[in-house]
Design a protein around this ligand. Structure first.
Ligand code: NOJ
Length: 755
């Protein structure tokens, strides 16, 4: 396939850039090694009505002028530009304009005043809520319960569609090993399997079976691809990635999302092994549209096509368009290189009519599937402008489900409901919008109800308690003069809740940090409270893993609350007072120090694995090896035992085989609680060295005190195989080790043989 594609490009006189990586792969696609995904584009919803839809698109395409076709490729981000583009009849969609009335007004121009009456598609970054903010995606990953993401998506879709939004720029599914990278908040952490399960749940939650429904939206898998590999964690930075990492680490959530029928995909801002994603035909054309069989459209990221000039792939805008369209970017966001140069590029044979038609066809198909031709307008009377009680309840439940109890000596937690007094200390104790975290949808706009603060949540949960609030310091400032008052408050109270962490603006896009300590003097504030000798608990509000070795040393209890959303204060209080027994697990490793980064559980072994007794092994001289808290770690107010590991067979046939793995989990404590039973695999000898462990199954169960249940996982050759450096999926014969337990440090093990 890639050979054919290359010939086509050369015939058009274009620069054949998209085969660069394919060349590196030794002609991956041409050799048929990346076989089209069996499931791609064949979900029930996709297949039903496909011939009619295709015919409709073809009929429309046949009637379009060149200018009208090029117009469909343009997406703009404000009303004024939209109106100007519409006046010339050259516009495909609009994003970041909100409000049913405004959107209907724009749509009216497209549908009533343009020749072919093709409706606009309206997009928005609805990332973890529209009017109702849910916890940030990283927090959702910590729930180890994909239904949490499904609920967020379904609630958001309903709210957004009611106000005229058809298309969300979510889910972000960028796997990353970089906690300095602010966008770690928007994804599901360091593991491709976990990210895949959440990405698919979110796509399904947004789109349902049919995204033309009045309570669904089209989803967008982003950012394609390897955006999470940005060097040094600096946003937009270069990524240099081997083919095996690309296919094993970064691509799996995208592949699965295509199989789940995701409507659109967004290109990544980064360069991938020398070729920026927006001009990278290997990833977009050969892998996404070729091997995966993706039939939706690819949208550029914000000015991503124009940025090919600064990347150094294109000399000017025409060059940029000539690289992006053949590579597979169908719609241009904000910059206007397709609109300005496509006609000329066609005349110069640097792009082909087929390439243009293919892009238009894909955009029209999504518009048809959205039902926009039948229902271009939204009913302004039923627009959702504020969270409903049901949505708030769902958000509160989700937030509590995402919290991770990192430490609980004593145990300090849960707090007694009848406690006499609570001192809330720390700059985030009365935080409102910071609890929403990055990309807070409409939830931070004028007139919106601010999130519930931790102080208010505690007051509501323990109405009989005297609750004081003392900030102690600000999030980022260096002033410690407030510490004395904080210590005084702690001394006067039965327990102190220290709420520290990051503001919402410290994670998300363009929010990389060079250190990931608690900002400002918050770490010293925790130490100052510890000096009082009184019991206290630290609640962390943050959008990324933090280096909290000092907090771990000083604090008896630490609750990771992330950016919990609009009901944050209530959800935190639910967990502090035990109305909810925490059951979340870390979707990312927490390093001991920033110098350990990248640190991730699914690393490959070296020839000299860390050994404290041997200097000549892979480690730092000045730091203990391993993370402070490992991937999958999380405590509960009760205790669990996992035992009775059994495999249905000790041999997995490489073709069509299956092994059932079962284990028993028992609540050995005195209260009901949740445990996440996790299954990891290790392939100790392979032609490409394999991660020391990789997650291939998890199940969150709720058990009454003393109760036990059997959890089971099914393994197939897909679970033990991997992509090699020619992007070829291999299932190799040999031994596979299985580990089952309550974190990535699980010790209960068994093994089987493949082949
Ligand atoms: C840039 C971001 O990278 C992307 O995730 C987002 O969807 C667009 N801007 C649109 O806001």
């Amino acid at each position: 396939m890639s050979q054919q594609v290359n010939q086509e490009t050369s015939a058009a006189g274009g620069v054949n850039r998209r085969s660069v990586l394919a060349g590196l792969a030794g002609g991956v696609a041409s050799a048929g090694l990346l076989a089209p995904s069996a499931a791609a584009g064949t979900t029930g919803a996709e297949t039903a009505g496909r011939p009619e839809r295709d015919q409709r698109v073809e009929a429309l395409l046949g009637r379009m002028t060149l200018a009208e076709k090029i117009g469909q490729l343009q997406l703009v981000g404000d009303e004024t530009t939209a109106r100007a583009a519409l006046a010339g009849g050259r516009l495909g969609g609009v994003f970041s304009v909100v409000g049913a009335a405004k959107l209907n007004a724009l749509q009216r121009i497209a549908v009533e005043r343009t020749r072919l009456k093709i409706p606009l598609v309206f997009g928005l970054d609805v990332i973890h809520g529209y009017t109702t903010n849910f916890p940030i995606p990283l927090a959702q990953g910590a729930s180890f319960d994909p239904a949490v993401a499904g609920t967020d998506a379904a609630v958001s879709a309903k709210e957004a569609r009611s106000s005229g939004i058809h298309w969300t720029y979510a889910p972000m599914m960028d796997v990353t090993h970089e906690p300095r990278w602010g966008r770690i908040a928007e994804g599901y952490g360091e593991d491709p399997y976990l990210a895949t399960r959440f990405a698919v749940a979110k796509v399904r939650g947004y789109q349902g079976n049919d995204y033309s429904a009045p309570d669904r939206v089209a989803a967008c898998a982003k950012h394609f691809v390897a955006y999470g590999g940005a060097e040094g964690g600096r946003d937009y930075n270069t990524v240099d990635v081997s083919l095996h990492r690309l296919h094993n680490l970064y691509l799996p959530p995208f592949k699965a999302s295509v199989e789940a029928g995701v409507a659109t995909v967004m290109a990544s801002f980064t360069t991938i092994s020398g070729v920026p994603a927006h001009g990278n035909g290997y990833v977009l054309h050969d892998v996404l549209k070729g091997a995966y069989g993706f039939r939706g459209f690819v949208v550029s990221d914000y000015t991503g096509i124009e940025e090919l000039i600064l990347h150094g792939l294109a000399g000017d805008g025409a060059d940029a368009a000539a690289a992006a369209l053949p590579a597979g970017v169908d719609m241009e966001m904000v910059s206007t290189n397709y609109a300005r140069f496509a006609e000329r590029l066609l005349a110069e044979r640097r792009i082909t009519r087929d390439q243009l038609d293919d892009a238009v066809r894909r955009i029209l198909l999504v518009k048809v599937r959205l039902g926009l031709f039948e229902r271009p307008y939204v009913d302004e009377a039923t627009e959702v402008k504020a969270p409903s009680p049901a949505a708030l309840a769902a958000s509160r439940q989700a937030a509590a489900r995402c919290m991770v109890l990192l430490k609980n000596d004593g145990p300090v937690l849960p707090l007694a409901k009848g406690i006499g007094s609570v001192a809330v200390v720390g700059p985030l104790g009365i935080a409102t919008y910071d609890l929403n975290g990055t990309w807070a949808g409409l939830g931070t706009g004028a007139g919106t109800t601010p999130p519930v603060t931790v102080v208010d949540g505690i007051r509501a949960a323990a109405p009989g308690a005297a609750v004081t609030y003392t900030p102690g310091c600000t999030v980022e400032g260096t002033d410690t003069t407030g510490f004395a008052a904080a210590q005084q408050a702690a001394r006067a109270a039965d327990v102190t809740v220290v709420v520290v962490g990051e503001t919402a603006a410290m994670s998300g896009e363009a929010a990389a940090r060079s250190t990931i300590d608690l900002p400002g003097v918050q770490q010293q504030l925790v130490a100052a409270v510890a000096q009082t000798g009184k019991p206290f608990v630290v609640v962390l509000v943050n959008g990324r893993p933090l280096t909290i070795s000092s907090v771990h040393e000083h604090a008896p209890a630490i609750l990771e609350a992330w950016a919990p959303g609009v009901q944050g204060g209530h959800a935190i209080a639910d967990v502090l007072f035990g109305a909810v027994n925490p059951g979340g697990k870390l979707p990312v490793s927490f390093p001991r120090a920033v110098g350990q980064i990248p640190i991730y559980y699914n690393h490959e072994n070296t020839g000299r694995p860390a050994d404290p007794a041997n200097k000549y092994t892979s480690k730092y001289l000045d730091l203990a090896s391993g993370p402070l808290y490992e991937f999958g770690h999380g405590l509960s107010y009760t205790t669990f035992r996992v035992d009775g590991l059994r495999l249905s067979s000790t041999r997995l046939p490489a073709r069509g085989g299956r092994i059932d793995v079962t284990a028993t989990v028992t609540n050995t404590g005195a209260r009901a609680g949740d445990e996440v039973v996790q299954l990891y695999l290790r392939d100790p000898v392979a032609s490409i060295v394999q991660p020391v462990r990789r997650l291939r199954g998890f199940q969150r169960v709720t058990l009454a005190a003393g109760a036990s249940t059997t959890v089971s996982f099914t393994l197939t050759p897909d679970d033990v195989g991997f992509y090699d450096n020619a992007a070829r999926f291999r299932v190799e014969p040999g031994k596979i080790e299985v580990y089952v337990g309550t974190s990535s440090a699980a010790t209960l093990s068994a093994s089987f043989t493949v082949g």
